[in-house]
Design a protein around this ligand. Structure first.
Ligand code: ZN
Ligand code: ZN
Length: 69
């Protein structure tokens, strides 16, 4: 699920990136990806911050999901 296809400068093309073993405790939300072609590490900070589940994890209040009239 965490695999991504991204353009890599070294590989000169779109290659599959995979999340490396995270040592910072990010877990599934780790913004780092490793190029499976050349091993280059990239940060996908924009993707990480846009992911809704990141906001949910950091939020302290859980609002009930209800529809207002
Ligand atoms: Zn990490
Ligand atoms: Zn590469």
């Amino acid at each position: 699920m965490s695999d991504r296809e991204l353009p890599c400068d070294s590989c000169e093309g779109v290659v599959l990136f995979e999340a490396p073993p995270c040592v910072d405790g990010h877990g599934a939300d780790c913004p780092e990806l490793i190029c499976t072609g050349c091993g280059a590490a990239v940060l996908i900070a924009t993707f990480a911050f846009r992911a809704p589940r990141v906001g949910n994890r950091r939020g302290t209040t859980r609002r009930p999901h209800r529809r207002a009239a």
